[in-house]
Design a protein around this ligand. Structure first.
Ligand code: SAH
Length: 252
C-alpha cells in the first residue's frame, strides 16, 4: 500500500520550500500540482514521476475535487507514493483537512507536510510582524469568503479581539468587509496592507486604510491572489509598502 502526502509548497518563492518537502518530492511516483505552486519547485520532483496539473489556470477549468481524490486513492492502492503539492500550507484554507478525511475514510494513509502560509510569508516580506508587543497580542487568519452566507466571519467579534487580521480570499468582497469592520467599531483610518502575489514576479504591497480599502484595490489595480492585513502592525512595514497617496477626486 502506498500513501498520499499533502505538501505545502509555500506562497511563491521556491526557496521557502521545506527540506522535508524536497526529500519527499525526490522519491514521489505521482505528483498532483495546484495552481499557486511556483514552477521552479517542480525541478525537485523525481524525473520519472508522473506530474499532473490540477489547477484552474492554463485555460482549463479546475479539476473536480472528487476526481482528484479518486485518482490519489487509486494510485496509493497501487503502492505509489502520491504527492499533492498545494500553495501555502495545506491546512490553512487549502482544503487539506477535507482531503485528509476523505482519504482516511477510504483506508488510505495520509501524511501532511507544512508549507509557509501566504499570510505569514507575505507579511514578512514587507516587514510586518503579525504580533508585536506594542501593537497586537495575537493574529487571526480568516477567510473573506465563507462557504455560504451563514458561514461569513463574525466581524464584530474579530474587531473586538483587537488582534491583527489576515484575510485570505477577501479581494472580491473587500467592500462588504470594510463596511462590516467599520460598522463593528473599527476606526476608519486603521492601517491596511494589501499584498498581492507574494513571492512571485508580480508581487505588490500597498498601504491603505480600512475606509479606503475597496477604492485602493480599484485604483491600484490589485487582484487575486492577495491577502489583506489589518492592524497597526502594518505601519511597521510602511517603508516597504507602496502608499496609496493618489490625489482624491472630490466628486460633488
Ligand atoms: N493554503 C494557502 C491558501 C489557499 S486559499 C496558503 O496557506 O497560503 C487562496 C488564498 O490564499 C488567495 O485567495 C489569497 O488570499 C492567498 N494567497 C495564496 N497565495 C498568495 C500569494 N502568493 N500572495 C498573497 N496571497 C496569496
Amino acid at each position: 500500500m502506498g500513501k498520499v502526502i499533502l505538501i505545502g509548497a509555500g506562497p511563491g518563492d521556491p526557496d521557502l520550500l521545506t527540506i522535508k518537502a524536497v526529500k519527499i518530492l525526490r522519491r514521489a511516483d505521482v505528483v498532483l500540482v495546484d495552481d499557486l505552486v511556483h514552477p521552479d519547485i517542480l525541478d525537485h520532483i523525481n524525473p520519472t514521476a508522473r506530474v499532473i496539473p490540477v489547477g484552474k489556470r492554463g485555460g482549463c477549468k479546475s479539476t473536480p475535487q472528487a476526481f482528484i481524490e479518486r485518482l490519489m486513492a487509486e494510485e496509493a492502492r497501487l503502492g505509489k507514493t502520491v504527492v499533492r503539492l498545494k500553495g501555502g500550507d495545506p491546512f490553512v484554507f487549502g482544503r487539506g483537512g477535507e482531503e485528509r478525511e476523505h482519504l482516511l475514510a477510504q483506508g488510505i494513509s495520509v501524511e501532511v507536510v507544512n508549507g509557509i502560509t501566504s499570510g505569514m510569508a507575505a507579511t514578512t516580506l514587507y516587514g510586518i510582524p503579525l504580533t508585536h508587543r506594542d501593537h497586537s497580542q495575537g493574529v487571526i487568519f480568516v477567510t473573506g469568503h465563507g462557504k455560504d452566507d451563514a458561514t461569513q466571519p463574525d466581524w464584530p467579534a474579530l474587531v473586538a479581539s483587537r488582534m491583527t487580521l489576515v484575510i485570505y480570499m477577501g479581494m472580491r468582497r473587500s467592500n462588504e468587509i470594510a463596511q462590516a469592520l467599520q460598522a463593528a467599531g473599527m476606526r476608519s483610518d486603521m492601517p491596511v496592507a494589501i499584498i498581492q502575489a507574494a513571492g512571485t514576479a508580480s508581487q505588490r504591497g500597498v498601504r491603505s486604510t480600512v475606509a479606503d480599502l475597496p477604492s485602493t484595490i480599484a485604483r491600484k489595480g490589485l487582484g487575486s491572489p492577495a491577502i489583506i492585513v489589518i492592524g497597526t502592525v502594518v505601519d511597521c512595514g510602511a517603508a516597504l509598502l507602496e502608499q496609496d497617496d493618489a490625489p482624491r477626486v472630490d466628486v460633488r
